[in-house]
Design a protein around this ligand. Structure first.
Ligand code: ATP
Ligand code: MG
Length: 139
């Protein structure tokens, strides 16, 4: 089995958070750890360091630090790819065309405020899980 990090981003209602975690379980993922967390600016910068030079970097940090995120470690065969498929493309207008049943097609507001995050490969997954859950899992 493979692990990935899923994040339900800020400004998501309690109802929607529950709906998303229900769908995650129904899709056959095991949620091995889950917590609510508010990103500090420094931690969000580290989390999204791959995007440091993008024009939307500061907006992305503002958004991610605005309120609590739900952080989830998902485990399943092929979890990284499978979770990204369920999220759909970052831009919801594209998601509505190419993956209408995906989470972003249904729930994202726009390309920035797009409801969910998923690691893009297993190395990132390992790195981000360490960053977010590191202190907890070593307790
Ligand atoms: P994520 O990394 O959050 O799982 P992703 O891999 O589909 O999403 P990336 O290209 O890695 O998308 O972008 C990371 C995040 O930055 C997006 O999820 C979105 O919140 C934001 N973002 C991406 N492109 C833009 C853009 N053109 N304008 C504003 N925000 C953007
Ligand atoms: Mg990405």
């Amino acid at each position: 089995k493979e692990c990935t990090l899923a994040v339900i981003k800020p400004d998501t209602s309690e109802e929607l958070r529950e709906e998303i975690t229900r769908e995650i379980r129904a899709a056959g993922f095991t949620i091995s750890q889950q917590k609510e967390m508010v990103f500090s600016r420094d931690m969000a910068e580290e989390f999204y360091k791959q995007h440091r030079d993008k024009p939307f970097f500061n907006q992305l940090l503002d958004y991610m630090c605005r309120g609590p995120c739900t952080m989830l470690i998902l485990s399943k065969v092929n979890a990284v790819e499978e979770w990204r498929r369920r999220m759909g493309p970052a831009d919801p207008s594209k998601a509505k065309e190419t993956a209408p049943s995906s989470l972003r097609a249904r729930f994202a507001k726009d390309i920035l405020e797009n409801t969910v995050h998923g690691s893009s490969n297993s190395q990132h997954a390992e790195e981000k899980i360490q960053l977010v859950f590191g202190e907890i899992s070593s307790e």
